[in-house]
Ligand binder design. Structure first.
Ligand code: MD3
Ligand code: FE
Length: 217
């Protein structure tokens, strides 16, 4: 445990946990870079502010989202897709900050996916009570590339299911600094995030921020 600047204690011990074939949790892998990552993300979200997208069925998503990279994930009444421009500004998405690109590549190497160069990063912001319902990530062109996810701020419980919607799921708590790499046979597994509990973190306040780095195009 490491004392933080705010009188708390943070577990900064890096550990590798194999979750399933193709899925690896790198505990606290991003802990040392978290401050720099959040600073770089503030620059991104000043240009591409968080917004609540609409699902194709007309519901407002409770997770607030933005993107960086050549492509960004968007949802509206027309469906889910990747787009080169932010529909709110009609400008290109900000580029992926170099510290984030480096972290994602390093994490992918640790998990056995060398040469991972993401072109899209979805930024999800969760307030307490926010959830993400069961889904697969299948809008990307090439499922042979993994997805690298970085969790920052307050904790969440992630449910990791199977290849069929009704398969049983594993409950995985994700904490500040945890990085997960999902590739190979794990790439198309269903997953969801349970409603977040009220908490606060010195670097993010009442929020959890999750970054998913993808090769979308
Ligand atoms: C397993 N995000 O943005 S990250 C998403 O915590 C998403 O915000 C969640 O699911 C979040 O699509 C979960 C972990 C994650 C990301 C992609 C996956 C797990 C995955 C793709 C395949 C299997
Ligand atoms: Fe997902």
């Amino acid at each position: 445990m490491t004392p933080d600047l705010f009188g708390g204690l943070e577990d900064t011990t890096q550990r590798v946990e194999a979750l399933a074939a193709g899925a690896v949790v790198l505990r606290a892998f991003a802990a040392a870079d978290a401050h720099a990552l959040l600073g770089a993300l503030a620059t991104v979200t000043a240009r591409a502010p968080f917004r609540h997208m609409e699902t194709p069925g007309g519901f407002r998503m409770s997770v607030a989202m933005s993107n960086c990279g050549a492509l960004g994930w968007v949802s509206d009444r027309r469906g889910y897709r990747y787009a080169a421009r932010d529909p709110d500004s009609d400008e290109a998405w900000p580029s992926i900050p170099p510290c984030l690109l480096r972290l994602a590549g390093d994490a992918a190497v640790q998990a056995g996916f060398p040469g991972f160069v993401p072109d899209a990063c979805l930024i999800n912001r969760y307030a307490p009570g926010t959830r993400l319902s069961l889904h697969q990530d299948r809008n990307e062109r090439d499922f042979s590339a993994p997805i690298v996810s970085v969790s920052l701020g307050i904790p969440a419980v992630f449910l990791f299911g199977g290849l069929q919607r009704g398969d049983r799921s594993l409950r995985i708590p994700l904490f500040h600094g945890d990085v997960v790499v999902w590739g190979g046979p794990a790439r198309l597994r269903f997953h969801s995030v349970l409603p977040l509990k009220e908490a606060s973190h010195p670097l993010t306040g009442e929020y959890r921020v999750n970054l998913t780095l993808r090769k979308a195009g």
